[in-house]
Each structure stands twice: as C-alpha cells, then as structure tokens.
Ligand binder design. Structure first.
Ligand SMILES: NC(=O)c1ccc[n+]([C@@H]2O[C@H](COP(=O)([O-])OP(=O)(O)OC[C@H]3O[C@@H](n4cnc5c(N)ncnc54)[C@H](O)[C@@H]3O)[C@@H](O)[C@H]2O)c1
Length: 332
C-alpha cells in the first residue's frame, strides 16, 4: 500500500515570542499525517518555550545565516512560516541600524535561495509595521505600500523587512509558491527572552517594576501611543491566514486601540502594587507619536476573529511569567 510522507510544516524562529505561540497552535491542531519542524538558533528563543510540545515537534538547531544549514534545514518542507529574525527594542535597534539590516538580509538571501530550489507549497513571511513611513496616516493601512521611508528609529530593520517582502514576491512569481505576508504591530507576551537593554518596551517596564527599581527612565515624553496585541493572538491570526490560503498582499496584524506609555506604566504598577518614580527622558527617541494599525483588511479576511487576551490580562501574564520563571534580579 502506498504511504504518503507526512506534510512537513517548518517554523523558523519557532522558539521565540510569537513563534512559540504559533508552535503551540500548530501542535494543538496537528493533523495525523503532518510533521512540525522548528528551525531556530536559540539566539533569542528559549528551549523551555518548546518543552510542552517536545514530543510533537522536531527541532533543527542552527543559524540561518549559514547557507549550508539553511539548505539542510528546509530540504523536505511543504509549508513554511518564516519568523526568525533579530528583533530588539528601540534602544538597541536605533544604535545598530546596519547590523539589523545585514543580519536580516543574510537570512533572507539564504532563505529565498533555498526555497527557490525546494519549492514548498506555501510560505508565510513575517514583515513588520516598521516598513511604514513615520508620516503615514494613523491608523496605518496597508496601502499605499512603501510610501516614503521605513520607520526612522528602526530603519535598518525596516529596510530588511521591505527587502524580505520584495524578494518573497519575486520568489512567489517565479516558483508559484503561495505567499502570505503579515505586518505585525507591537506584539508582547510571556515567552519573551529577556535581552537586557536590548529588550522591548513591555518586558523592560515589567522587569523594572518587578525589580522594584525606585525610579524608571522612560524614553520620550511617555505620551507616545502604541497598539499592543498578545503573541497568542498574533499566532492565531497567522495560522488562520495560512489555513485560508490568503495570498492577496500584505496584512496588518494589530489593533486600532492605543495606549500611551504613561498609561501602560500605570497598568503594570497597579497590577504589581508598586509605584516607581518615572523620569521621562525627552532627549531619547520615542518613535512616532501615535502608532496604531488599521485592521479593515484583517477584519475583511477574518470577520469572526476575536482577540482572546486583553492588555490587562496580558500584563498579568507578563508579571506572572517574570516573577515565576525568571528572577529579574539575577539576570541580565
Ligand atoms: N514582537 C514584535 O513586536 C514584532 C512586531 C513586528 C514583527 N515582528 C517579527 O516577528 C518575528 C518574530 O518576532 P518575535 O518577537 O517572536 O522575536 P523573537 O526574537 O522572540 O523570536 C525570533 C526567533 O528567531 C530565532 N532566530 C533569530 N535569528 C536566527 C537565525 N539567524 N537563525 C535561526 N534562528 C534565528 C531566535 O532564536 C528566536 O527564537 C520576527 O521576524 C520579527 O521581526 C515582531
């Protein structure tokens, strides 16, 4: 009797923040005749994030900057979710623009070159809201695409994501691979690996408040507004887009609702019952004043999608995670 080989679903960066929730989603919805493969170098991903699904997945550990590893890692892939990239907070990104561009570009070049030969059926690439110009209208819609420059404070990373998008379009046109492009806005969650001063805003604030620091420096005026969604909801959306075979251009993943950084600090302080003194450093970059996502397109594609985690619930999870799994006082 003929037995088909299992369909191989690869997730690059599957041990990271969004990737670990996506791996969970896929492991929970796994078809009998499929194999889930996480490709990760664990540079910012955690082995422990994959522990709950270790019997349901295969791990291929290595750096996608290496061409030979990239070729080996994808040999049998049918479906690819590409999430691996160096993604850091504004403090690091704004000081290391070229490094962000070069690393992410190397990964992109290797990935595209490999997939051109392997020709999986479907590819989902994770771009970013940093591809948008600082002067684009808020809430930011998908069109017009690439009007102006990428977000200034993250321009190295933003250019790398624009290149990833453009190269993937050519790959799809040349090979017929079904391409899904997502542009997440600010995503947070409790599987985030602490990376010191290079950490993103929410983990940074949560850690400082949990560490009971007497005063906390916040970059900018604190009035800058951001829209946040939990990584679980971002992963659920990615999974649904892949299942739908959606392939009609980039989709924002975010929300229209915003919160100011000042309010975010208040929410975390209230939940942790600790109120530090806040010093707003207006000499430091705060990025664009108001950044939120127009989600008309997403709502059109997934009309019944409901976000499952509110900001307050998400902050509770972050506080719980950092106080249980990770001792902020001992880590850097
Ligand atoms: N978190 C956000 O707010 C946000 C917003 C927009 C876009 N994104 C994008 O979503 C994706 C996932 O982001 P995240 O927040 O989960 O980041 P993350 O740093 O938590 O996860 C990235 C994962 O990729 C792995 N990785 C990095 N470089 C690699 C390499 N060269 N080879 C193999 N593995 C490598 C890391 O070990 C990690 O597991 C990234 O592409 C990021 O640019 C994230």
């Amino acid at each position: 009797m003929k037995t088909d080989r299992p369909s191989v679903i690869c997730i690059t960066g599957g041990a990271g923040l969004i990737g670990s929730f996506l791996t969970k989603c896929l492991a929970e919805n796994k078809h009998v005749n499929s194999k889930i493969v996480v490709i990760d170098d664990f540079s910012t991903g955690l082995q422990s994030n994959l522990f709950p699904f270790k019997n349901n997945i295969e791990i291929r550990e290595g750096d996608l900057e290496s061409k030979s590893f990239c070729n080996e890692a994808f040999t049998d892939c049918d479906i690819v979710y590409h999430l691996a990239s160096r993604a850091f907070g504004i403090g690091y990104s704004s000081q290391n623009q070229l490094e962000m561009l070069i690393h992410n570009e190397r990964v992109t070049t290797n990935l595209i070159d490999t997939l051109r030969k392997v020709k999986p059926k479907k590819l989902l690439i994770t771009s970013s809201s940093c591809v948008y110009d600082d002067n684009s209208q808020t809430p930011i819609a998908e069109a017009p695409i690439f009007d102006g420059y990428p977000e200034y404070s993250n321009r190295g990373y933003g250019w790398a994501k624009r290149f990833l998008e453009q190269k993937s379009i050519l790959l799809s046109q040349e090979t017929g691979i079904n391409l899904i492009t997502v542009r997440p806005f600010n995503i947070y969650g409790e599987t985030y690996k602490w990376r010191g001063d290079a950490s993103q805003a929410i983990p940074m604030l949560v850690k400082k408040i949990l560490s009971k620091e007497k005063s906390i420096e916040v970059w900018g005026s604190g009035d800058q507004r951001r829209s946040y969604i939990h990584a679980l909801d971002c992963a659920r959306i990615m999974h649904k887009l892949m299942e739908l075979n959606y392939n009609c251009g980039p989709v924002n993943i975010g929300t229209q609702e915003t919160v100011s950084i000042k309010n975010l600090v208040s929410i975390i302080s209230k939940l942790s019952q600790y109120k530090p003194k806040i010093n707003f450093n207006i000499d430091r970059p705060e990025g664009r004043h108001n950044k939120s996502s127009n989600i008309n397109l997403l709502s059109e594609i997934l009309p019944n999608f409901q976000y499952s985690i509110t900001l307050e619930e998400g902050m509770k999870r972050m506080l719980d995670w950092y106080s249980k799994v990770f001792d902020p006082k001992n880590s850097e």
